[in-house]
Design a protein around this ligand. Structure first.
Ligand code: UDP
Ligand code: MG
Length: 326
């Protein structure tokens, strides 16, 4: 698992590419990536992970592997999601590999930026992440919600998660080894990358629109992703539930005293149905909210405790890379 610089067969650079229904863009992607790798003149390995695509993605990966000895591919038994696909790719990086890059297949992350990432890594940084300075071809609402998400994450999370940063980044051997050791099932990779620590640097780039194909995200999926991110890296919502409870009980206590005093002074005239309803409904709502928050964390604990593998591999290109046990 640790870097072994004397291992001559290990590539110096591994590139992990999760791909889900990316048949239209993969060949173009590989073309641009190969040009960058050729210019770098480092022994490299490109690992495509087909995340249960329903189009020709796996066939295309097979063709790319046949055409270029640097290319290998893994195919999942079904769609496990991008976080699992990245994890499988990182697990398949050969031991002794000096640096690993994670990059999207849709050319939104320009492969031409890789030399800059490598430069920062050579300057001594373990995690070099690419932060987008501009995003093109995305709706205003997507940009707005994404910005809001990063701001909320920043305030709630226990570890600082760089804003406006996708998964496009370079990892040193020891950062990769640390990451491979994190086997939690609810994976929020952006948080995990930050969690490992080590010297981190960033490189700015302009995010291009998707080259072909369509985005795999819709708002329901993004919402789940956001909840995942917040609950895996923060217990602030639990504390929030507690404080709401404390505040409402204080309020209820004060109101109770007022009611008693009034009854003592002027007798009980059985008025106050509206206020009674208001209080009952409000307390009911607060309790349900708190229960929901707790349920979210209980559900996550349940998911972890089942100890299921993070992904299942159905097929690998030949010659097969050897993935580590999940
Ligand atoms: N992806 C994946 N599994 C999924 C969804 C996406 O491996 O279930 C890959 C996808 O092929 C692409 C990357 O993750 O390489 C980013 O996906 P996408 O471009 O759809 O996301 P966006 O850039 O819109 O955030
Ligand atoms: Mg994309």
């Amino acid at each position: 698992m640790t870097a072994n610089p004397t291992d001559a067969s290990a590539p110096a650079l591994a590139v992990v590419v999760p791909a889900y229904n990316e048949a239209e863009v993969l060949a173009a992607f590989q073309g641009r990536l190969a040009a960058v790798l050729d210019a770098l003149d480092l022994p490299a390995r490109v690992i495509y992970v087909d995340d249960g695509s329903r189009d020709r993605t796996w066939t295309v990966i097979g063709e790319l592997a046949a055409a270029d000895a640097r290319v290998t591919g893994l195919r999942f038994s079904r769609n496990f999601g991008k976080e699992a696909a990245m994890t499988a790719g990182l697990d398949a990086v050969p031991a002794g590999c000096a640096a690993t890059v994670v990059i999207d297949a849709d050319l939104q992350d320009p492969p031409e930026l890789i030399p800059q990432l490598i430069e920062r890594w050579r300057a001594g940084y373990d995690v070099v992440y690419a932060t987008r300075s501009e995003r093109e071809g995305e709706s205003r609402l997507k940009k707005l919600t994404s910005a809001a998400f990063y701001r909320v994450m920043e305030r709630m999370s226990d570890v600082p998660i760089p804003r406006d940063t996708g998964d496009f980044r370079l990892l040193s051997a020891r950062a990769l080894a640390a990451l491979q050791g994190l086997r939690e099932r609810q994976r929020f990779m952006k948080g995990l990358f930050a969690w490992v620590g080590f010297p981190q640097a960033r490189v700015l780039y302009r995010r291009d629109p998707r080259a072909a194909g369509t985005t795999k995200w819709n708002y329901a999926r993004l919402w789940r992703f956001a909840v995942e991110g917040i609950t895996s890296f923060s217990t602030v919502p639990l504390r929030f539930a507690m404080w709401t409870g404390v505040l409402t009980s204080l309020f209820a206590f004060a109101y109770g005293i007022e009611v008693v005093i009034k009854a003592l002074l002027w007798g009980n005239a059985v008025a106050g149905y509206p206020s009674l309803m208001a209080v009952v409904l409000f307390l009911g709502g607060v309790q349900l909210l708190a229960l929901g928050v707790i349920g979210e964390y209980v559900g996550r604990t349940y998911g972890e405790i089942k100890q299921r593998p993070l992904y299942l591999i159905q097929e690998v290109t030949v010659p097969a890379p050897r993935p580590r046990a999940a």
